[in-house]
Design a protein around this ligand. Sequence first.
Ligand code: SF4
Length: 293
Amino acid sequence: MGRVLNRFDPWRGKLCTCPPKYSYSPYVGCSHACRYCYITAYIKDAFKPRPKKRVIDRLLRDVQFLPKLPVAVSTSSEPYMPMERRFELTRRSLEVLVRFGFPILIVTKSSMVVRDIDILRRGDIVVSITITTVSGEVARRLEPGAPSPEERLKAVKILLENRIKTTVRIDPLIPSINVEGVEKLVRRLSEIGVGHITSSTYKAKRDSFHRVVEAFPEKEDILHKFYWGRGRWIGRSRYLEDEMRRNILKRVREACSENGMSFATCREGNVIEWLGRCSCDSSHLLSWRLESI
Ligand code: SF4
C-alpha cells in the first residue's frame, strides 16, 4: 500500500513559493476538464477520474506517523467532483485529517464544498475557491465541467457567512480571454467579504495550449504570438514575457489594493511584489505554524 500523503512538489516547479506541505487527493484525475489544465501532461486518462484504491485505509496509516504539516486537498484533482456525492471520499478524508490534527488547505472550483461546513468548522482549515471570470460564457468554454462562476461566488459567500476562512484564486489569467473584467471580479469578491486573492497567469504546455485554442479558435493567432512568439520557457512551461505578466498581475494587485485585500501570486518569480504578509497558498490564514512541529 503506497503512501497517499506525499510531500508537495509541483513537478519540481522552479518558481514555487509554497511552504512545506503534503499533497493529497482521494481521486485520480478530474472531471472538470479545464482547457488550461496541466495534469494531462503527467496523469494518464486525466479527465477520466476514478477513486484511489483503499485511499481511506492508506490515509489512516499515513496520519499515524507523519509530521503534522498542512495537507493540500487537492492540487492535481478536484476534491468535489460530481462522483464525490456518491463516494464521499473527500468528506471521509477531511474527517480523518481533522481527527488527527492536520491543518488543511482545500482548493476547489466546486460549490459542493459547502456540504462539509460541519467538518470545516471543526478543523484548522482554509478553503480556496478558484474563480477565473464572472462571465458564465467564458467559464463554460474554459472550464466545461465545473460549476458556473455564480455558483462559486455563492459558495464563497456561504462559507464566509459561516466563518470558514475562505480565499479566492483568480488563476489562471489568459490574455485576450479572461483578463478583461478582472477588476469587476475582484470588486464582486470584495463585496462578499473576501480578504485575500492569489492570482497567476496561464503557463502553457503544448497539450493544454492546444485545448485552449480549440475552445477559443478566434484567439489562436494572438495566443500563439503571446506564448510561442514572445514568451519563453521557464522549467517545463511556456510563460508570457515578463512585462506582460507584470502588467496583467498589476491590474489584479491594484484592484486588490483599492478594495483593501491582500494579494499573492503563484509561480511568477519576482515580476511583481505581493500585497500584505501572505502566502501563495493561503496557508498564512491557518493557525498552524511551521515552528510548532
Ligand atoms: S479543476 Fe484543476 S485539476 Fe481539475 S481539470 Fe480544472 S485545473 Fe485540472
